[in-house]
Design a protein around this ligand. Structure first.
Ligand code: GRF
Length: 203
């Protein structure tokens, strides 16, 4: 089965490109129906253009979250989106949007990638925080999104090592390579309905 995705971005767009490549290469059974962006200057928009994907640009400055999210929902209505895919989208989604994508299976049809092994190092500076903490192993998490930041049922995780000679840039580059493999793979599991969520708090 092929799923319809709206990819949400704010910046560079390297994960967006990895996802688009995976669909082209037949590794991901998904249609990227639209790229939603809140930053008119984001590099991700050039990538969407290169791949001829519809862009929806709704600046978020000087506008309330409610109004911004209403505009996003308005633009997405009628596009038959199965999942929202956050790829470096630097905004928190409120229940206003999340509730529109709730799923009978008990999660929201909203997916995020975060560059740490959650629940360690949530927040915007995960690579820096893990590196500065002195971890020997870090990783990447793909998870369903709930109302808390970088939180929700985990779909996939993969680790990578911090090597003794690593600079922060080396560490980030190694992590980003993992991100670009893991996100398309995790989305393909969603497309195949091969979703395995381990219950928390149980032996
Ligand atoms: C990635 O590190 C992602 O994990 C985080 O934001 C960054 C986005 O990078 N949520 P890009 O825009 O996909 O290149």
């Amino acid at each position: 089965m092929s799923i319809n995705l709206a990819v949400f971005v704010s910046g560079r767009g390297s994960n967006l490109e990895a996802i688009l490549n995976a669909t082209r290469e037949g590794k991901l059974s998904a249609n990227i129906v639209a790229v939603v962006c809140n930053e008119p200057e984001a590099g991700a928009l050039a990538i969407a253009k290169k791949y001829d994907v519809k862009t929806i640009v709704i600046p978020s400055v000087a506008v309330s979250r409610k109004i911004h999210e209403s505009k996003v929902l308005e633009h997405l209505s009628g596009l038959s989106i199965d999942y929202l895919v956050l790829a470096g989208y630097m905004r928190i989604l409120s229940p206003h949007i999340l509730n529109q994508f709730s799923d009978a299976r008990g999660f929201n049809r909203v997916i995020n990638i975060h560059p740490s092994l959650l629940p360690a190092f949530p927040g915007r500076t995960a690579y820096e925080d893990a590196f500065n903490y002195g971890v020997k192993v870090s990783g990447v998490t793909v998870h369903f999104v709930d109302e808390k930041v970088d939180h929700g049922p985990i779909l996939a995780q993969e680790s990578f090592r911090r090597l003794p000679a690593d600079s922060l840039a080396d560490f980030k580059a190694r992590g980003l390579q993992v991100e670009h493999e893991l996100y398309p793979w995790a989305l393909e599991q969603v497309a195949k309905n091969n979703i395995v969520i381990h219950a928390r708090g149980e032996q």
